[in-house]
Write a protein that binds this ligand. Structure first.
Ligand code: TYD
Length: 131
């Protein structure tokens, strides 16, 4: 599945807004892990990896950041700047995150537990595997 933006339903009223995310309803997989990135330093760039077998949905629940996604054939840059939109990223997509706003909180839901052996951290290895 290609990287896709998912718009979440906002339960808003005069008290404010609430978004609820359920696996297989709003998130297209079993959510086995949640992590978040915050307090990013100025001009930092993170990521620089792909996964062999992992699906993720990333949401900027505060602030904004940009994803560079690369499937080995083409690249795209996607700005996440609202808590009501998630970015689905499947297997074999090289990702880098940059242009974090100072207040950014980037929440990521993942289909599996943390497993370093699932990472491809070398770009040339990634290109070889997707070719
Ligand atoms: P890292 O993969 O370098 O983050 P990024 O993809 O944003 O560049 O992860 C930073 C550290 O956190 C590294 O020591 C691995 C650890 N980590 C976990 O322990 N569990 C996790 O779920 C994740 C994503 C990272």
């Amino acid at each position: 599945m290609q990287p896709t933006l998912i718009d979440f339903n906002i339960h808003g009223d005069d008290r404010g807004s609430l978004i609820a995310l359920e696996q297989h309803k709003d998130i297209p997989f079993d959510v086995k892990r949640v992590y978040y990135i915050f307090d990013t330093k100025a001009d930092v760039r993170r990521g620089f990896h792909a996964h062999k077998h992992l699906e993720q949905v990333a949401v900027c629940i505060k602030g904004a950041c940009t994803f560079k996604l690369d499937d080995g054939k083409s690249q795209q840059h996607i700005r996440l700047d609202t808590p009501s939109r998630g970015l689905y990223i499947g297997n074999s997509v090289w990702r880098e995150m940059y242009d974090f706003t100072e207040n950014c909180v980037l929440l990521v839901m993942a289909s599996n537990l943390y497993d370093e052996s699932d990472y491809i951290r070398n770009y040339n290895d990634f290109i070889t595997q997707v070719s």
